[in-house]
Design a protein around this ligand. Structure first.
Ligand code: ZN
Length: 131
């Protein structure tokens, strides 16, 4: 058995099943007045194009692991491709955190997340102590 074969066998054992992802969050961050205006525009566009997506409250202060103001977009797993592409094209320079809901809050934010735009330092210790 070559080294490459061993790596493949290990990958098969440890691969997580994406089927356990039930939904996704997109967190839209803003810090300045212009960014807040851009976030409002994006929110209206998401509401228009994705009526099944749930738009969370505006958080004007850091909350939980989120280091700056934001709101959340919650959507079902089958919507991922359409919403991700929409956010890619319409994020207007904003930072957006996309993470799955797989049942492990810490891992979903720390290890399973993807960023559109600049990544912000999450306050992950908040999630670690909650468990
Ligand atoms: Zn979230």
């Amino acid at each position: 058995m070559t080294t490459a074969d061993k790596a493949t066998a290990t990958d098969k054992v440890t691969a997580a099943d994406p089927g356990r992802i039930t939904a996704y969050h997109a967190h839209v961050y803003f810090q300045t007045g212009p960014e807040r205006a851009a976030a409002a525009g994006l929110r209206a566009a998401v509401a228009e194009h994705f009526p099944a997506a749930r738009l969370g409250s505006w958080h004007e202060q850091p909350v939980g692991p989120h280091p700056v103001p934001m709101y959340q977009i919650l959507f079902a797993a089958p919507e991922l491709a359409r919403i991700l592409l929409f956010l890619m094209l319409n994020r207007a320079g904003l930072s957006i955190l996309l993470h799955p809901e797989s049942g492990d809050d810490y891992a979903d934010h720390a290890e399973h997340a993807a960023w559109l735009g600049a990544a912000l330092p999450l306050r992950l210790e908040v999630l670690r102590t909650r468990a």
